[in-house]
Design a protein around this ligand. Sequence first.
Ligand SMILES: C[S@@+](CC[C@H](N)C(=O)[O-])C[C@H]1O[C@@H](n2cnc3c(N)ncnc32)[C@H](O)[C@@H]1O
Length: 479
Amino acid sequence: MSDPTRRRPPRPPAPRRRPRKDPVRVLAFEALRAVDERDAYANLVLPPLLRRARDAGELDARDAAFATELVYGTLRRQGTYDAVIAACVDRPLREVDPPVLDVLSLGAHQLLGTRTPPHAAVSASVDLARFVLSDGRAKFVNAVLRRIAAHDLDGWLTRVAPPFEDDPVEHLSLVHAHPRWIVSALWDALGPRAGREEIEALLAADNERPEVTLVARPGRSTVEELLGPDGQQARPGHWSPYAARFTEGGEPGAVPAVREGRAGVQDEGSQLVALALANAPLAGGDARWLDGCAGPGGKAALLAALAAGRGAALVAAEKQQHRARLVARALAGNPGPYQVVTADGTRPAWRPGTFDRVLVDVPCTGLGALRRRPEARWRRRPEDLDGFAPLQRALLAEALDAARPGGVVGYATCSPHPAETRAVVEDVLRGPRAGGAEWIDARPLLPGVPALGEGPDVQLWPHRHGTDAMYLALLRRTG
Ligand SMILES: C[S@@+](CC[C@H](N)C(=O)[O-])C[C@H]1O[C@@H](n2cnc3c(N)ncnc32)[C@H](O)[C@@H]1O
C-alpha cells in the first residue's frame, strides 16, 4: 500500500488565462443583446456604443467599421445562421441561452460571412464567451463553432436548405436569409412575370448595405456643393436631380451643408416621391401643400424647399410630438413659409378642401427598407399588415378630403406589399369617401426612371433602381 503521506501534493491548477477584452467583439455582443433583450434597433443602439468606445480610446475607425459589419451582418443573416447552429447543437435552439446564442451567431458570421480566418474566428469567439459568459459556456461555444468551421457558407446551404426545385420559398428563405412569408410577399409584389432570377436579385439587394445618399434642398444647396471639390466627395444621384451619393462610405455629418440643414440624408426613392407629387400637373391655385405624416421630416424638408421656390407654403403634420420636433428641426431655415403641427391625420385640424397638394407617407411594415434595418425582417409578422390596414385607409381618405377639387394627393409607403399599397388605394377609391378621385399616371413624373411597372402607380425596387422599395400612387380629387 502506498503511503499517502508520500504522495506528491496535487499540482495547483494552472492559472486560468483571463482573456483580454476584445473591444470590437464585446461591443458587437452588447449591441446584439440590446436588440435581442430590449427589442432595440441596431441603427439606434450602435452609434452611442461606438462613440463611447472611441472616446475611451478602445476603437479606431477600422475597428468601428468591423464592429458595425459584425452586428449588421449577424442580424441580417440570423435565420440562416440559426439553421446552421441548429444543425450543430444537440438540443432545440430555444433551449440554448440567448446570450450563448448571440456569441454563437457572431462566431457563425465571422466563419461564414467574413474573411476572418477560421481559427481566429473560433478562438476570438471562445475568448469572448469566457469574457462575457463563463468557462463552461466557452467550451460549448468552442465545440459548436468547430463543427460550423467544417464547411463554408455554400457547403452549409446545401446541407440546411432544400433544393430550389423541391421548395423554392424555403430555399430562398435560407439562402438569402429572409423569413418565408416575406419571400412570398416580395415575390407576389414583383408580379406574375418575376422568375427566380429577379426575386433572387431583390433578396440579395436587401442584404447589401445601401449607399448613403444626400439631398441638396433646392434653393439652399446644390448637388455641386455636395460633390465637393473635383467631385471627390460624392457622385451625382442616379435619378433625382437633387441627389448625391457617397460611393466609398462617407460621413454626412462632415458635410457643411448637411450640418447646416441645407442638405440632408435621404434615399433617392424618397426624393422621387416628393418630386413626383410636387411636379404633378395642377390647374388653378398652387399655394398650399400638406404633408400629413411628416415625421421625421425628410420628405417634408424637400417639399418645403420646392414649395418655397414656387411661393407656396407647406403644413407638415405629425401625430407624435417627439417626431414633430424632428420635423421642426428638419425644416428649420427653410426659405419659404411653413408650419409644423402635431396633429392626428385621421382627425384633421384643417378644413376639408384646403390644400392643392397633399402627401400621406403612411406608417407601414417597412418591408421596402430591409437594407437599412437588419433586424426588422425577423421582427415583423404577417399580422402587422392587419394592424396598419385601417390607419392606412383612414389617412388616405382624410388626405383626399383635405385636397381641394382638382388637387393632387400622393399615397406613399416604404413597403411594396400589395396589401398596403394598391389594395389600400383601390379600397378607398371604391369607398364612400373617395371624393370622386381618379388615378394620375405617376410614371411620367419620374422622368428617366426605367421599369416602374404598368402604372398608373409606381413601385421602386432596390435591385432595379438602387432605392428603397417605395410605392407611390397619385390621385386627383375631382368632386
Ligand atoms: C413612414 S413615416 C413618414 C416618413 C416621412 N414622410 C419622412 O419622409 O421623413 C409615417 C409617420 O406617420 C406618423 N403617423 C402615424 N399615425 C399618424 C396619424 N394618425 N396622423 C399623422 N401622422 C401619423 C408616424 O408617427 C410617422 O412619423
